[in-house]
Each structure stands twice: as structure tokens, then as C-alpha cells.
Design a protein around this ligand. Sequence first.
Ligand SMILES: [Zn+2]
Length: 363
Amino acid sequence: MKRSFYEKTKLFFINMGKYHKFLRIPAIIGLAVSMLSHRICLYFKTGTKRFACTVFVLLCFMVGNSFAYPVFQEENGFISGGEKEAEVVAVADSNISLVDEQQIEYENIKVLDDEDVVDGYGDSQFHDMKNVDKYFLDEILEENEILQPLKAAEQAEMEPAPEAAADQPQFDAKDWRLVLINKQHPIPEDYSFSLGMIKTIKGDMECDERIIEDLLQMMQAASEDGVTLAICSPYRDLSYQEYLFNRKIRAYMKNGMSYMEAYSISSQAVTVPGASEHQIGLAIDIISDTYLTLDEGFAETSAGIWLSQHCAEYGFILRYPKGKEAITSIEFEPWHFRYVGKDAAEVIMDEGLCLEEFWDKYL
Ligand SMILES: [Zn+2]
């Protein structure tokens, strides 16, 4: 009878243990190993399906795990190699205690800007909007039927306004329009909303669907007053916010800052992911056809002036006013408007409050 390789091996170890007393222990080990490997081979041979299942589960586990770790983004996309990632982690680790022990000298560090930085530009041009998607009213009108009956609706809207101001409006802290989002108040986990589409000839623009009508009315009213507004960054999802934040950290790290220092400064300049109103579709950045930069100068343009005077009539407020930087922790942003509803907007703009102050006073 022909013996298989396994049987020969087994016999070899048995004989080795039998005839050489001093080789007994290695023989037992050898026997155990050969029996085990034989079992494994047999398992692969007879249980192909079972084996495939195990491999598949392991593979899923590995792939799942690889997505579970935060990815630090490199200049042109994600870091894929483990080497650079490790480098970043090492930088962060080595400086944690350092940051704890010594205060960062903020005076010497120039805070670059705010949360509304534009993708694809160098640090000096964060706010240049020339090549960024902008949606002008006529581009929206081309594709949008819902704007047509607004003129009549707008007139109806304007009339009851003084009446509403007469009796003191009551505000509800649970009102979605008043939700407070900042570094101390990230987006509540159970917050939900529906994204609405505003069709434009350049494609769809997204924001909370409940603010679209007021937003379009505001743009139309501005255009009737000879001011051409353009929306340049409406809804932004979390990954984009993360990208902006990481990019800011990188810019500071390039200037010789440690990861922890860069994180600390970036959280002052860019909204920490999870804490931006753009993520819940209630914030929009507005510029005009004649001024394509998001900077303080926009406040002096006809569009900036028109907006600050009329935004409240359509439920919008200047979210980061001048002089309130210490409260909002965001620089003056004359282009960033937040929807809060008409009643609250009138109160906030009339009294010159920021949303944080409004919460303190009325909610
Ligand atoms: Zn903004």
C-alpha cells in the first residue's frame, strides 16, 4: 500500500521517538505540528466554501478598520502611505505634553482667516471667488419656476410686517431656525433637515429646503433695487468641512508649528468640523457681481450695504458682525448670512446682536 506524505512523516516521528530516547520531545513536537498542518490542509481541501467565508470576513474586518482612523489630508488629496501618516502622528504625540506645559504665544501668530475659505487656492487667496461656482439670480431664474409668483407673495409678506413687530414675538429654544451652532455648540446629533435644491443653469445648489423661498425673495428684491447678488457657498457637507480644517492645519504646520499648535489656531480660524452652519444648510455666503472677494471690503459695497439693511426682512442675519468677534470667535464676515426666521432676524438686526447674545437674552 502506498503511503501518503503525511503518513510517512507521522511514522518518521513515531520511530524517531521510539528508537532515540533523547529525541522524544522533538519527536512529539514534530508529530503534533505535522498532524495540525495535515488537519489544516484537509480543512482547506474539503471546506472551500467555509474557507472563502472566513477570508471574506477577515478582509471586511481589515477594510473596515482601515476607514475607522482619521485621515490627515496631504496637499493633493489623502495620504495613502502609512509612512507619512505615522510621521504626522509622531509630530502630534511628541508635542502634546509640550503644549500642555507651555502656553502658545498667540500674539506672534497671524490668524489666517475664517471658516469660509475656498477650495483650490493658495493661502494668500483663500477668499478669491473669481473661479468658484457662483449662482446669480438670472441663472437661477432660467431654471426656476417657483420664483415666478413671488412678486405677489412678496407684497403680501411685506404688509403684515409692522403688525408682527407690534406685539413682542415669543421665541422657542427648540425652533429649528434658531439652532445655535458654534465651537461650544456643535450640531446636535439628532438634528435633521431636508436638503432642498435650487436649480440653476450651472447645476443644483443645495441648502435647507425651508429657507429657499425667503432666499430667492431676498435675491429678487435686491435685484429690483439694482443690486446683483450671487450665492457662493451654500450647503457644505462634513467631509468638505474636514478638508478645509485639515488644510488650515497643514498651512500652519508648514510655517513650523506643531500639529497641536496648528490645531489650536485652526479651530479659531476655521470652524471645527461638526460646528459649521453651512453643514445644516442654514448659512449662505453672498457676494455681488462687482466684488468677488470674501473680505471685510464687501461690507462697503452696495450689495453689502443692501444686505445688512434688508436681510432681516427675509429672515436672514449677519451671523458674524463686527465688534462681536470675542463672542462669536469668528472674524467679521459681512458675506456670511444665517437664516433664523423673520421675527428673530428683525430683533437681532435691530438690536445689533449676534446669535449668541440673542440666545442669552431671549431663550
Ligand atoms: Zn459662510
